[in-house]
Design a protein around this ligand. Structure first.
Ligand SMILES: NC(=O)c1ccc[n+]([C@@H]2O[C@H](COP(=O)([O-])OP(=O)(O)OC[C@H]3O[C@@H](n4cnc5c(N)ncnc54)[C@H](OP(=O)(O)O)[C@@H]3O)[C@@H](O)[C@H]2O)c1
Length: 273
């Protein structure tokens, strides 16, 4: 039986994937904040297959906390022998800079540092799987100079656009680190082909609220539809790095200095963890 770990598996595309893999008979570990949403999701699947309740596990965690991220890694390492797929889909959009009680910028932690902890901390469990895959829902194609190495928390000039580009670039570089460590691993950075009718969790401004409330129901894809290409990438992973929008493969952002930047990123992150 495959073990699939899904952050943000209580809503939106993460929940659509959790429902799919539970229905397919896999073991699914959902990492998220809302136990109520998790229980509703499992009882929906268990109506057709009662075994879903024994194959579904909920790990309550706030992934904008590094402490919670470390606790998730420790729990999984203690209770699981292997992880076949790690799907990173937790999302909480902040259009303003926010500092956590641990002293870090919240979006940088949620969208990158906690992913770094999971991908590196769970490397032994991914290595123990036959054909492991990491799906990182970070839209590929960020500019090569997007990381503020001297000020990743962006105390000096946070904007949503800068913060978003930084985490996307960092998540692409994380693929170099992960696949160097484990050549058997498939590491995919992925974004949907178009707007998805998800919960748009976050503290969003008027423009995004309009998109979420008005445009998404009219123009957006249903999460179940949007994640179909991901199901295929999990079921039949190809070792190495790849980038996708929907079902269309995109060329990886390859700069002359990507490997060096990945090393620099690890050094910066390890200094602050
Ligand atoms: N929707 C789109 O059109 C779109 C476009 C481009 C990229 N994406 C990316 O696709 C991924 C999935 O997005 P979505 O729109 O499907 O998500 P969503 O519906 O907004 O759901 C967000 C999920 O993240 C969880 N979450 C939020 N804050 C968290 C925290 N601090 N710790 C742990 N979990 C937390 C939520 O859990 P609770 O509900 O339990 O709080 C929920 O399960 C994200 O990476 C997003 O950036 C989406």
């Amino acid at each position: 039986m495959k073990t699939i770990v899904i952050t943000g598996g209580t809503d939106g595309m993460g929940a659509a994937l959790a429902r799919h893999f539970l229905t397919a008979g896999d073991r699914v570990v959902v990492v998220g904040r809302s136990r109520g949403k998790f229980e509703a999701l499992v009882s929906g699947v268990a109506g057709g297959d009662p075994s879903a309740t024994t194959r579904a596990e909920f790990l309550a965690a706030d992934l904008s906390s590094l402490g919670d991220g470390r606790r998730v890694v420790d729990h999984l390492a203690t209770h699981h022998q292997h992880i076949d797929a790690l799907i990173l889909a937790a999302s909480y959009i902040r259009q303003r800079r926010q500092v956590t009680t641990e002293g870090h910028e919240a979006s940088w932690v949620l969208f990158f540092l906690s992913k770094y902890l999971l991908v590196t901390g769970l490397a032994p469990l991914l290595r123990a799987a036959g054909r492991p895959v990491v799906i990182n829902t970070a839209v590929p194609g960020a500019p090569a100079d997007a990381i503020a190495f001297d000020d990743p928390g962006m105390a000096d000039g946070f904007t949503f656009r800068r913060s978003n580009a930084q985490q996307r670039r960092a998540n692409e570089l994380l693929g170099i680190v992960a696949t160097t460590d484990n050549p058997n691993l498939a590491y995919v950075t992925w974004g949907p082909a178009r707007l998805v009718r998800s919960s748009f969790a976050g503290e969003v401004g008027t423009a995004m609220k309009v998109a979420a409330v008005v445009l998404a129901p009219l123009l957006g894809q249903r999460p179940e539809r949007a994640v179909r290409p991901l199901v295929h990438l999990v079921d039949d992973p190809t070792p190495g790095r790849a980038a996708y929008r929907g079902a269309a493969e995109r060329s990886l952002t390859v700069g002359d200095h990507d490997e060096d930047e990945a090393v620099r990123l690890v050094a910066m992150v390890e200094e602050h963890l």
